[in-house]
Design a protein around this ligand. Structure first.
Ligand SMILES: C[S@@+](CC[C@H](N)C(=O)[O-])C[C@H]1O[C@@H](n2cnc3c(N)ncnc32)[C@H](O)[C@@H]1O
Length: 257
C-alpha cells in the first residue's frame, strides 16, 4: 500500500481563499501537517485527519526541516494520504521545494497544489494592486529576514520603478526603508504594512518610507504576520480599501511567524 503527499498552499489564512483542489485534498486526508500561521478553521475541512502543527514561530523552538521531511515520508510509506498545509504558496519562501525534493528522493508519490501567495494577496486584501497601469509595471518580492539577502536585490532597483513587497520583514522594516532611501528612493514614497491579511483582525498601516521604521500597530494586531509594501501603488488603497466590501467576513487568525 503506497501513500501520497499533497503539498498544499493554503493562501493567506481564510479558508474561503483555498483552491477547490486544496479543499479536496484536505477532505481526503488521513494526516495533516500544518504551519503555525494557519487558522484552525481551515483544519475543519479535514474531518477524518489527524492534525499536527509543525509550524515555526519567532522566538520559539522550531521543528527541524529534516524532521518534517521524515514525518511526511514515514506517513506516506505507511500508506497514508498526507497533506502538508503551508501558508500562502508552497514554493514562495515556504521551503516547499525542499519538501518536494525530499519526497522525490525517497520515492514517495506527491503533488503540489499552488496557493495564493501573501506577496500578492496581503497587498490586495488591503486595497493595494501590486501592479497598476501607469504607476507600476512590475513587482519584486524579497525575504526581508536577513539584510544580506534583501540589500543586493533592493540596491539593484531603479528608485520608484517597481513595487517592492517584503515578507518576513516586520522586524527589519526600518532597514528595508533605509536601504531603499540610500538607493535613491524618495523618503515620501508610499509604504504599507499589511498585518494578518485574510483574518478578522487584519490591520493595515499606511505611511511613507520615512515613517515605516517607526510604524506602530494596535494591540489587536500583536503577533500577526505582516507583509511590507513600498511604491506608489500604495496610494491607490486610499480609494480602493474604503470602497471594497467583503462578501463574507474573514475568520480569526492564529498567530505569526
Ligand atoms: C515564511 S513566509 C511564507 C510565505 C508564503 N509561502 C506565501 O506565499 O505567502 C511567511 C511570511 O508571509 C507573510 N504572511 C503570511 N501570512 C500573512 C498574512 N495573513 N498577512 C500578511 N502577511 C502574511 C509574512 O511576511 C510572513 O512573515
Amino acid at each position: 500500500m503506497s501513500g501520497f503527499v499533497s503539498l498544499v498552499g493554503a493562501g493567506p489564512g481564510d479558508p474561503d481563499l483555498l483552491t477547490v483542489k486544496a479543499t479536496r485534498a484536505l477532505a481526503a486526508a488521513d494526516l495533516v501537517f500544518y504551519d503555525a500561521l494557519l487558522s484552525t478553521d481551515m483544519l475543519e475541512l479535514a474531518p477524518h485527519a489527524q492534525k499536527f502543527s509543525v509550524g515555526k514561530r519567532c522566538g520559539k523552538p522550531a521543528i527541524r526541516q529534516e524532521t518534517i521531511h521524515a514525518l511526511l515520508i514515514r506517513a506516506a510509506k505507511r500508506g497514508k494520504r498526507v497533506v502538508r498545509l503551508k501558508g500562502g504558496d508552497p514554493f514562495v519562501f515556504g521551503r516547499g521545494g525542499e519538501e518536494a525534493l525530499a519526497l522525490a528522493a525517497a520515492g514517495v508519490a506527491f503533488e503540489v497544489i499552488p496557493g495564493i501567495s501573501n506577496s500578492i494577496a496581503a497587498p490586495e486584501l488591503a486595497g493595494i494592486p501590486v501592479t497598476h497601469r501607469g504607476v507600476s509595471s512590475a513587482f519584486v518580492v524579497v525575504s526581508a529576514h536577513e539584510e544580506a539577502t534583501f540589500r543586493p536585490v533592493l540596491q539593484g532597483l531603479t528608485p520608484g520603478s517597481v513595487t517592492v513587497v517584503a515578507l518576513m520583514g516586520l522586524g527589519t522594516r526600518a532597514r528595508v526603508a533605509s536601504v531603499l532611501v540610500e538607493g535613491g528612493w524618495p523618503e515620501s514614497t508610499p509604504a504599507a504594512v499589511v498585518l494578518g491579511a485574510g483574518s478578522a483582525n487584519a490591520h493595515t498601516w499606511r505611511g511613507t518610507l520615512s515613517s515605516l521604521g517607526d510604524a506602530a500597530f494596535p494591540d489587536s494586531a500583536a503577533g500577526l504576520p505582516g507583509t511590507l509594501v513600498a511604491g506608489n501603488v500604495v496610494s491607490l488603497a486610499a480609494v480602493i480599501a474604503p470602497a471594497r466590501r467583503d462578501s463574507r467576513p474573514a475568520v480569526s487568525a492564529q498567530g505569526a511567524s
